[in-house]
Design a protein around this ligand. Structure first.
Ligand code: GLY
Ligand code: MN
Ligand code: MN
Length: 462
């Protein structure tokens, strides 16, 4: 049997050192989830559990105590079940395979957990992740409380384990960065395939549907060994691109229209997240190109603002500054009504066409964990009135970027028909999204295997 990768034991040891004297942590994996009748959804492990074990079977739970000792509960060997559902590692093999100190059948959780919790000062588990876990922990603690007359001590404190684990997960180590680079490269090739399929079919006079392009993505993901899409792929033809969470469906992909594809594979537990917007037949029209070049310029500004020491909000602010000026220059917004680019920003007038943020953390989860506020500055609270809603918004300084953080950079413009909006831009939706690893001097874009420049997209679709 191969040796366990030591990085999981190192992560468990780091976590243990954060639990405090007498602390103990409980980290279940995700349950199998029924889809309908006796068929389950494709199984996906829990990200926190996987981060600490590298183990992908359902029905498992890890316990880590402050002294570094780790105990795994996992599905017992069961030859009958393994004929139906596949191989199980089993508790006997788990210590050697995963580097945990002890392993038991998951059937023993309710008996053994109270013993592991006894005489501890605090118990940590992820809050609001696992349905019913808090009640289960209470049950285990009640079993400890039933023994206090015999001298047992029951943990008096409960803490959210997400807090220390989120901080650990926010900085991706070399192993994680390597997987994310590979995931980004696979997804980039998938986007190229989809673009080329669109142009090829339209040139051949075929009836192209969004699902044809979705099929190219899925093929490329699986062909390269990725397990599944990291999220439901968006393949949006024409006006569908203005629906932010549109899913690939059956709408026709027509010459003269744009297609927005937001899709990324998950590779070995890590997500990638790419958006490209391209002309269905391989040639941008004038108005499409004008909007496209504006979104790309705003992404360039965001990329330039992404480096260690900058704030998480800096790329967003850089994007908005470019979009605000561009919206005035292209006549999407009327200077006579809204004023200067600074007025567009101050009044949040750009929101009509750009209504999401410019990025999010990326990692095992596509919208990955990690605080967006700088932890050392949470007390620095300021207030402002939102110019559109009139609400009072509480601000805290946004996160200082550090090497190894990974975030998306994804500006866009979505033009729904409205009075005063030039008709040539109606129903155009454009987003350009890349995945960036923060470095000391800037950022590494791991998804540029698929080009972003309009000329380069036209060239690869020719
Ligand atoms: N694909 C999800 C996102 O871009 O946030
Ligand atoms: Mn994204
Ligand atoms: Mn995306």
């Amino acid at each position: 049997m191969s040796q366990p990768n030591p990085l999981y034991a190192e992560r468990r040891a780091r976590l243990a050192s954060m639990l405090g004297e007498g602390g103990i942590a409980i980290i279940p994996t995700a349950p199998a989830r029924p889809r309908n009748r006796d068929t389950d959804y494709l199984y996906r492990h829990d990200s926190y559990f996987y981060y600490l074990t590298g183990f992908t079977e359902p029905g498992a739970c890890l316990v880590v105590s402050h002294d570094g000792r780790s105990t795994l509960f996992c599905q017992p060997k069961d030859l009958e079940r393994e004929i139906w559902d596949g191989y199980r590692l089993g508790p006997a093999a788990a210590p050697a395979a995963l580097g945990v100190d002890a392993a038991h059948s998951a059937a023993e959780l309710d008996t053994l957990l109270p013993r592991l919790l006894e005489n501890r000062s605090s118990v940590w588990y992820p809050f609001a992740i696992h349905h019913g876990l808090a009640a289960r922990v209470e049950g285990w603690l009640n079993a400890v409380r039933a023994r206090v007359r015999y001298g047992a001590l029951c943990p008096a404190q409960q803490h959210d384990l997400c807090t220390p684990l989120d901080e650990m997960r926010l900085i991706k180590d070399a192993h994680e960065q390597d997987i994310m680079r590979r995931a980004g490269a696979i997804s980039a090739q998938a986007h190229i395939r989809a673009m080329q399929r669109s142009a090829r079919m339209l040139r051949a006079g075929e009836d192209v549907r969004e699902y044809h392009l979705d099929a190219e993505l899925l093929h490329a993901f699986r062909e390269a060994g990725s397990q599944y899409p990291a999220y439901g792929s968006i393949v949006a033809a024409g006006a569908n691109a203005c629906v932010l969470h549109y899913q690939a469906d059956a709408a026709p992909v027509r010459s003269g229209e744009l297609v927005l594809i937001d899709a990324g594979c998950e590779l070995d537990g890590y997500a990638s997240d790419i958006t490209r917007t391209f002309p269905a037949d391989g040639r941008f029209t004038g108005p499409q190109r004008a909007l496209y070049d504006l979104v790309l310029a705003s992404q360039d500004a965001a990329v330039a603002a992404t480096r260690a020491g900058a704030r998480f909000n800096d790329p967003h602010d850089a994007t908005v500054a470019v979009l605000a000026q561009g919206m005035l220059d292209l006549g999407l917004l009327d200077r006579n009504k809204v004023g200067t680019a600074q007025d567009v920003i101050d009044k949040r007038a750009y929101f009509q066409f750009y209504m999401h943020r410019t990025g999010h953390w990326l990692g095992m989860d596509v919208h990955d964990c990690g605080s967006y506020v700088e932890p050392s500055e949470v007390g620095q609270v300021s207030e402002r009135r939102d110019p559109l809603s009139g609400e009072i918004i509480t601000n805290r300084p946004s996160r200082v970027l550090r090497p190894g953080m990974v975030l998306t950079i994804e500006p866009g413009i979505y033009v729904r028909p409205a009075e005063g909006v030039p008709a040539q831009f109606h129903n155009i939706g454009i987003r350009i999204e890349d995945d960036a690893i923060v470095t000391d001097t800037g950022c590494e874009l791991v998804t540029r295997g698929v080009p972003v420049k309009a000329d380069e997209i036209e060239a690869l679709m020719r």
